[in-house]
Structure formats: C-alpha cells, structure tokens
Design a protein around this ligand. Structure first.
Ligand code: ZN
Length: 174
C-alpha cells in the first residue's frame, strides 16, 4: 500500500512550476525560483473503539469509498489538533455521543484509498453522555456483537476488530 495522492506541481509561495530534485535523500518537488521544497506529509486519521457488553459501536458510511458499509467512528485530524480531541470530536459528530478517551488501542499504517489516511490512530473510548444519533458522513449508528458483524468498510476496520475480538476472547478465558 503506497498510494501517493499529493502531487504538487506549482510552488505555493511564488507559483513557479516545480522541478523534481533530490533533497534530504529523496526526490521531492522543489521550486527553482525561491527554493521552496514540497514535503509530502502523511495524512493522519483517528478512530474510536467503543465496546460495551461485548458489543462494538459501528457507524454506516454515507460516502464512497465504503458506502453503505460499517466502520468505527473516525475522521481526519486537523492541523494543530490534539488527536485525542479529534477522536472525541469525530465521535460526537458522527454518533452524537460524548466519549472519554481511555487509552491508545493501536496505530495502523497504510493508505487504503486515494483520499484515505496514511496513519490511523485508534483509541479506546467509553461513552459518558449524549444520545446515539447518526450524522455527518454516517447514516446509522449501532452496537453489534463482536461475533456477528455487518459488512465492514475497510481492511483497517477488520484489523482493529480482529484485535478487539482476540482481547475479548482472552478476557473471557480469565
Ligand atoms: Zn517558489
């Protein structure tokens, strides 16, 4: 997985057409006039894993990709935003629920589609208040038993759930 979707052709400082040049060990778009270098930075998203009574909270996506399929409440981290707050914000926007971020669950790498994130930070969350109602880019929100899931939107969703299932099985054996 190494989709590159951030082609930049012109200098954002002076508008000159950029050249490809080796800079800091890699071919990068460089402005021949003012020297500005374009660094392609990873896009970062956050997701919240909420499990209650062995059921997982999922949201159904309205938009492509993954339209009509289910995933964790998730979204992009804005520049200058604490990822924990981004996770709380996205959860509130999509599900109507106020969550407390409990801890870091996992960090996944790999872009699944051209508009997707490169790095996904997954937090475990617990619901503190709010009423469940779908909004923003999801049209349904529901809890599903970990062993009876709907069609999932992304392979990262599957990876996260597989790990959650493993942990939940281990806890049952204790
Ligand atoms: Zn320039």
């Amino acid at each position: 997985m190494s989709i590159v979707n951030d082609e930049v052709n012109y200098c954002i400082q002076c508008g000159t057409k950029l050249n490809q040049k080796i800079k800091f060990g890699k071919l990068r778009p460089v402005c021949p006039k003012c020297g500005w270098i374009y660094f392609a930075d990873p896009k970062v998203a956050v997701a919240v894993l909420i499990i209650k009574n062995s059921k997982i909270l999922l949201a159904r996506r309205v938009n492509v990709p993954g339209q009509g399929r289910w995933t964790l409440p998730a979204g992009f981290v804005d520049a200058g935003e604490d990822p924990r707050l981004a996770a709380q914000r996205e959860c509130k926007e999509e599900t109507g629920l106020d969550v407390e971020i409990i801890d870091l669950f996992d960090v996944l790498y790999g872009q699944e589609h051209v508009r997707g994130a490169h790095i996904l930070i997954v937090y475990r969350g617990e619901i503190r208040s709010g009423e469940m109602s779908a909004a923003d880019d999801v049209d349904q929100v529901a809890f599903f038993p970990l062993d009876s899931l709907p069609e999932l939107a992304f392979s990262t969703t599957e990876q996260i759930i597989r790990k959650a299932q493993k942990i939940s099985n281990c806890e049952k054996m204790k």
